[in-house]
Design a protein around this ligand. Structure first.
Ligand code: ZN
Length: 313
C-alpha cells in the first residue's frame, strides 16, 4: 500500500521519539514494539521510531536501531522515520532500514549550539554529507527531510526572524533535502504566524517541498495551528499519543499535539486519516499501562466520541 492511498492527511506519530525522549522512565523495547504495533493496528502509517544519537545522550532511545529493524520486519507497510543529528546517525538509520530520516536544524543558533552543539554552518555541512551518502544508497533510499526547529520562537533567543527560517529552508533544499518541515519546538506558534511562515516557505522552496508541520500544544494552540497549516495546503502533521512528554515548564500542558484529538478533528471535518479512533484509543491504553507514572493528555480520551459519530469508511 502506498503511504497516501485513501488518505487526505498523514498523521505521523512521533511519540516514540519526541514523547519518550522527554520523559525520565525508559520504556523497554518490547513495550515500545507492542505500543507501536497497536498504533499500526489502528491504521497509523508513519511512526518516528527513535533517534540515532549516542546512547549516553538520550538513553531512552538507545534501542532505536533495533526498534527500526524490528518494525520493518514485522510491519513492512509502515513508514518508519527516525531523527538523525548528523551523517553518522544517517548512516546508522540507513543500515537499520529507515524509510525517512529527519535532520533538525534549529533556526535559533543558540538552541542549535545547546541541542546539537553545532553552529548553523556545521549542521549544514552534515546535511551536505548526508545528501552525498544518500546519493550512493540506491533507489530505495530513505526520504531526507530537513526540519527547521524553533521556527516560531525560541526559549533561549525569543522571537526568531521569519526571513531566517525561510533562508534556512532554502539552504536545506539547495543542499539536498527532499522536503522541509517547520517545527514549533517551544509551543510559541499562533495560527496567523503559521499561515504566514508556511506561505513564505512554500514560496521559497515550492509547496511540494514544504510538506510537514511539527506542532506542540504547550499553550493550547496546537489544533488551531494545525488548522492554519491545513488551510495553507500542508498535509503531514506530527502528533504524539496522549501528548506524551508534556512540557516541564508548563504544568498541565501536553508536549506534541495529541494524536487522538488531531485524528478526531480531521475525521470530524471529513478528512480521511486512515486511522480508526476506537483502535487508537485502545493503543493509548497500552501506552498508559506501559508508563503508569506518566500523565497522558487529550480531550477525546476523557470525553469519548460524540453520540452517533461515525468515521467515513
Ligand atoms: Zn517536538
Amino acid at each position: 500500500m502506498n503511504l497516501w492511498d485513501g488518505v487526505d492527511v498523514l498523521v505521523s506519530e512521533v511519540g516514540p521519539r519526541d514523547g519518550l525522549q522527554s520523559i525520565t522512565p525508559i520504556m523497554p523495547t518490547e513495550a515500545k514494539l507492542r505500543w507501536i504495533g497497536a498504533l499500526v493496528e489502528a491504521g497509523v502509517r508513519e511512526v518516528e521510531a527513535g533517534s540515532f544519537v549516542p546512547a549516553h545522550v538520550v538513553p531512552q532511545l538507545a534501542d532505536t536501531a533495533e526498534v527500526v529493524r524490528t518494525l520493518k520486519r514485522c510491519h513492512p507497510g509502515l513508514h518508519v522515520a527516525a531523527l538523525v543529528p548528523n551523517a553518522r546517525g544517517a548512516r546508522a538509520a540507513l543500515e537499520a532500514g529507515a524509510d525517512k530520516i529527519t535532520l533538525p536544524l534549529s533556526a535559533s543558533e543558540t538552541h542549535s549550539l545547546r541541542n546539537l552543539r553545532r553552529t548553523h554552518a556545521q549542521v549544514l555541512d552534515e546535511v551536505r554529507a548526508i545528501a552525498e551518502l544518500l546519493s550512493r544508497a540506491g533507489p530505495n533510499r530513505p526520504v531526507f527531510e530537513g526540519a527547521v526547529s524553533t521556527a516560531f520562537g525560541c526559549t533561549l533567543e525569543g522571537p526568531v526572524p521569519e526571513a531566517r527560517v525561510v533562508a534556512l529552508a532554502e539552504r536545506l533544499v539547495a543542499l539536498g533535502c527532499d522536503e522541509v518541515s517547520l517545527s514549533d519546538t517551544t509551543g510559541y506558534a499562533n495560527p496567523a504566524q503559521v499561515r504566514r511562515l508556511v506561505k513564505a516557505v512554500q514560496a521559497a522552496v515550492g509547496p511540494e517541498r514544504m510538506t510537514g508541520l511539527h506542532l506542540h500544544n504547550t499553550r493550547g494552540l496546537g489544533l488551531a495551528n494545525v488548522l492554519a497549516g491545513l488551510e495553507e495546503g500542508v498535509r503531514t502533521f506530527d502528533a504524539s499519543q496522549g501528548g506524551l512528554g508534556g512540557c516541564p515548564f508548563a504544568p498541565g500542558a501536553s508536549g506534541n499535539v495529541v494524536t487522538e484529538d488531531l485524528v478526531f478533528m480531521l475525521e470530524a471535518m471529513g478528512l480521511k486519516t486512515g486511522i480508526d479512533l476506537d483502535r487508537l484509543l485502545a493503543a493509548r491504553r497500552i501506552l498508559a499501562e506501559a508508563l503508569p507514572t506518566e500523565p497522558l493528555y487529550g480531550f477525546l480520551a476523557e470525553a469519548g466520541l460524540p453520540l452517533g459519530f461515525r468515521q467515513a469508511a
